[in-house]
Design a protein around this ligand. Structure first.
Ligand SMILES: [Zn+2]
Length: 561
């Protein structure tokens, strides 16, 4: 809604910010390209010419090695059909929107929950002073739409968690320009949850994955990577790539400083609390006794730390202590470098183009950029964690459930025992279980307690984005849910040859297509969560005939609900 309003507003004030560009409304391209017909001159050959064969024929991600045949119509595919999601409209996001639209992508959605700060303007070039305080996503979209002819960028001033799964499903490629690991993990989780796996081979099913391209920058360092969920390692496979924030061991800082940062930390952590006195306050001492705590926003404090650090560094023969470096260390600031954003964004946009057209082999699968000390850019192949909770196949329940008989309780029991069979059990758990089994023999009451125990373990089951919650305040509904038909809970329907009308056809017809696979996700304290679980349902004609009357009744009841 807000977006529409913003657009309407855009039409009104289109004579405003970009007068120079919009003098002639059909001349928006002028900003980047004098002659609009030349806009694609450099991009066209990528799709219209055959590759050298070296880069195009081998090992595409689907493993079929089907190569690339030049076809100029691929460009219209990029322009008209491919929908791209850009996550983040900050430093990297601005570059991405520019690069993607200038590569020919037209249909782009960008999502960001931030508003524009004046300090962003030096590098987030889609914004001007007038945009300060406004949402990044909508303003970035507006700026790109004005400058690139035909671009249909839509901005969403939203948190990524606010969007429905189905909204995420519409995109063909997702490009991330984020500065937070948590946000990356969230997007990764959403797209991994769409995966389905082949029953026999255990391979990810074609068409259920969406390529994710991730860019990241920190100062002069950056990375770009391509994730094909289910095929190449996802974020969760490689969380080791993101080590926790580095802090220096105190002994190093105190005794064997080796860098300017060590000296600065020493001045801040050790010397400041002991030695600092605030002259303005009449000589109030630092530290817990004196009441002055270090404040990185107080220039007096920073100057004091800088001077002490400099002295210490000199005594150890360590160069590099400057006021700015001191500020960076004490406030944990990493400078934002526009050129790093530009380089990483270029990687990402080109990967998106390669994926959309197949004109070149995709990056496999992670490139590092270290602009401060290297020219060489290292391409690495990361490997998948086969047991990954996000992109792994998860659990496949061997048992076939009867569409019209199996309850949620049956399915959950099967999941638990299948998990045991597949992954084995830790000794401790085994022991606990043995005790439980013994106790269970004592009577039905115990059995019921055990059931409630399961309720505590499993907190929710979801399929197609709908979740049946079993934990927390909704735990009371758990027992009620247990006796429901699993096919109802997970909306499993058999499409062909399953109509009531076909009931009396001959057996062979009815047995066709009576098996459906369903992927659900289980959240549980006992299992790795969320666990992807593959289920198979079967409409058993035999039981159906027997219980047809009952079945019809159940159907009617379902309709009433
Ligand atoms: Zn993974």
């Amino acid at each position: 809604m807000m977006m529409d309003e913003d657009r309407a507003k855009d039409d009104d004030d289109s004579e405003g910010n970009f007068d120079d560009v919009n003098e002639d409304k059909n001349d928006g391209d002028r900003f980047f390209c004098k002659n609009p017909t030349e806009r694609w001159a450099d991009v066209d050959p990528l799709c219209a010419r055959a590759g050298s064969g070296i880069f195009t024929d081998v090992d595409d991600f689907d493993g079929e090695g089907d190569g690339f045949s030049p076809d100029p119509s691929l460009l219209s595919l990029v322009r008209e059909n491919i929908k791209v999601l850009v996550v983040g409209a900050g430093g990297l996001g601005c570059e991405l929107l520019k690069d993607l639209t200038l590569s020919g992508f037209k249909h782009i959605d960008v999502i960001d929950m931030d508003t524009i700060d004046v300090s962003n303007l030096n590098r987030q070039f889609l914004f001007t002073e007038e945009d300060v305080g406004e949402p990044k996503a909508t303003r970035a979209a507006r700026a790109v739409n004005r400058r690139v002819r035909g671009a249909k960028v839509t901005g969403h001033y939203k948190r990524i968690e606010d969007m429905e799964d189905n909204w995420y499903r519409q995109f063909h490629v997702v490009v991330m320009g984020l500065d937070s690991i948590e946000a990356r993990r969230y997007i990764n989780k959403v797209y991994c949850s769409f995966l389905e796996f082949e029953r026999e081979s255990g391979e990810a099913r074609e068409g259920t994955w969406t390529p994710l391209i991730d860019g990241g920058t920190e100062g002069f360092k950056g990375h770009a990577r391509v994730i094909i969920p289910g095929k190449t390692p996802c974020f969760e496979c490689t969380t080791w790539l993101f080590p926790p924030q580095t802090t220096f061991p105190l002994c190093t800082i105190a005794e064997t400083p080796r860098s300017a940062a060590h000296c600065i930390e020493h001045a801040k952590i050790v010397q400041f609390p002991e030695e600092y006195t605030d002259e303005k306050e009449g000589g109030v001492k630092g530290g817990s006794g004196g009441g002055v705590t270090f404040d990185g926003d107080n220039p007096d404090h920073v100057t004091w730390v800088y001077k002490r650090a400099l002295k210490r560094a000199e005594s150890f023969g360590i160069p590099g202590v400057t006021y700015n470096h001191t500020l960076g260390v004490v406030k944990n600031i990493v400078p934002a470098i526009p050129s790093t954003n530009a380089i990483v964004s270029a990687y990402c946009a080109f990967e998106a183009f390669k994926i959309a057209t197949g004109c070149l082999k995709s990056m496999d699968n992670y490139v590092m950029y270290a602009g401060s000390d290297k020219v060489y850019q290292n391409l690495m192949k990361l490997y998948k964690d086969e047991g990954c909770s996000q992109c792994g196949r998860g659990l496949f329940v061997q048992r076939v459930f009867d569409l019209e008989e199996a309850t949620l309780a049956d399915v959950l029991d099967a999941i638990e025992s299948e998990h045991e069979n597949t992954f084995g059990k830790r000794e401790k758990e085994k022991e606990e279980d043995n005790v439980k089994k013994k106790d269970n023999k004592e009577g039905d009451k115990k059995e019921k307690d055990d059931m409630m125990d399961t309720a505590k373990g499993i907190t929710g089951v979801s399929s197609d984005g709908a979740t049946v919650w079993m934990g927390g305040v909704l735990a009371s509904q758990y027992e009620e849910n247990l006796s429901k038909l699993a096919s109802d809970v997970f909306s499993v329907t058999i499409v062909a040859n399953d109509d009531e009308e076909e009931k009396d056809d001959d057996e062979s017809t009815r047995n066709k297509k009576t098996v459906v696979e369903k992927t659900i996700h289980v959240n549980s304290a006992k299992l790795p969560s969320p666990l992807r679980v593959g289920l198979v349902f079967e409409a058993k004609s035999r039981t159906r005939r027997k219980t047809s009357k009952e079945g019809k009744e159940r159907e009617r009841e379902r309709e009433r609900r």
